[in-house]
Design a protein around this ligand. Structure first.
Ligand SMILES: Nc1ncnc2c1ncn2[C@@H]1O[C@H](COP(=O)(O)OP(=O)(O)OP(=O)(O)O)[C@@H](O)[C@H]1O
Length: 352
């Protein structure tokens, strides 16, 4: 069964989608020329016209310099933006392009350029047109990659990057509704052929979605799962914050050092496994110089640490380290009943 909804988005519905953005001084709309982001631009323009004093809107298209048609597509977005009375800028990703990991590098460059454009326009937010279908695909991609709770929470409706808020007002809207909105408004759009290129993971997963939907795994259910996991993840983060404070309070005796995190092993051992894991992950990512650490590796380290703590508590702690391991450029050790995480010493030349 498909959860597509072919009704255009009403002005009232759009007001609800953009409600949290009304007080912003200015907004950047990230528009590639595809249906989702052209719909975002059209909906935002109509919303802004309906406000007495709404935010200034600037439309930005990034030309990654990867497809010859991109320049024409950017001109087409400019034409549409101007028809809607909105200023438009095209930004270029210049410089060398990597041979592997091209989509990730292009995304990184895109968000950097969009954040720069926001700063130049005095905008507090960059709006992208991610839909509920994108959210479902993201969840599946992360599931198949073996992500944990944080990764399976998929995309957040609001996040921050370089001092700019990244907003995804359409994250709960089906793509089919955006297409219906454009059809009703008689607005054209382009389809990026790389969206169907099965050399990339995301299009291959996209092709699986109808099969999953037929079994009840439609975008609505998958996106709802992501939202539920995000809620649980936020709660566990608060628990981890509290546990960090608790361990710090118990640690008043030791002189605090900026580049070392140290936990009393017996207090650490009494915390829930997920919280222990996050404390380790946070410390390794903060102090290691090769991070972020892989979740699976931190899980393995935690099992070794748990075993070592249990053994050392039995045998009464001596001053000698009972565990000493490096992970993601951090050195993790257990000695004298304390866990210490510090930056790993730089590897000697020629030894690695
Ligand atoms: N070339 C571009 N110029 C401006 N905005 C873009 C461009 N490409 C994508 N965007 C914005 O990002 C949104 C998501 O696009 P898309 O799904 O293609 O991204 P992606 O490569 O999957 O990466 P991610 O989903 O992490 O952003 C679009 O709806 C649009 O708002």
């Amino acid at each position: 069964m498909s959860d597509d909804d072919n009704s255009p988005i009403s002005a009232r519905e759009a007001r609800r989608l953009f409600a949290g953005l009304k007080a912003a001084p200015a907004l950047v709309l990230a528009v590639s020329g595809g249906p989702d982001s052209v719909a975002l631009m059209w909906l935002a323009a109509r919303w802004q016209r309906s406000l007495a004093r709404g935010p200034q809107l600037t439309v930005v298209t990034v030309d990654h310099g990867l497809r010859p048609e991109a320049a024409r597509e950017a001109r087409e977005v400019k034409r549409l933006a101007n028809q809607l009375g909105l200023p438009h800028r095209t930004l270029h990703w210049r410089g060398a392009k990597p041979k592997t990991g091209l989509p990730a590098a292009a995304r990184e460059a895109r968000y950097r350029l969009l954040a720069e454009a926001a700063r130049a326009a005095g905008a507090s937010h960059v709006l992208t047109a991610h839909t509920r279908d994108d959210q479902a695909e993201t969840l599946l991609m992360r599931l198949f990659r073996g992500s944990g709770l944080a990764g399976l929470s998929a995309m957040a409706p609001l996040s921050e990057r370089d001092g700019i808020v990244l907003a995804r007002p359409l994250l709960d809207v089906p793509k089919s509704q955006l297409i219906a909105t454009l059809r009703r408004a008689k607005v054209g759009f382009v389809e990026d052929p790389t969206n169907r290129d099965t050399a990339f993971t995301r299009p291959r997963l996209r092709a699986l979605l109808p099969l999953l939907a037929a079994e009840g795994g439609d975008a609505r259910n998958l996106a709802r799962l992501a939202a539920r996991l995000a809620r649980a993840n936020a709660a566990v983060e608060v628990l981890a914050d509290g546990a960090e404070r608790f361990l710090r309070l118990r640690d008043r005796g030791g002189a605090p050092q900026a580049d070392v995190r140290s936990f009393e092993a017996s207090a650490f051992a009494a915390l829930p496994e997920e919280v222990r894991l996050r404390l380790l992950l946070r410390a390794i990512n903060a102090l290691g110089h090769e991070g972020p650490a892989e979740l699976g590796k931190v899980e393995t380290l935690l099992s070794a640490l748990d075993e070592a703590i249990a053994a050392s508590l039995d045998a009464r702690a001596t001053g000698r380290p009972v565990l000493k391991q490096t992970l993601a450029g951090a050195l993790i050790s257990l000695a004298g009943g304390r866990i210490q995480i510090a930056p790993a010493p730089a590897r000697r030349r020629g030894s690695g």
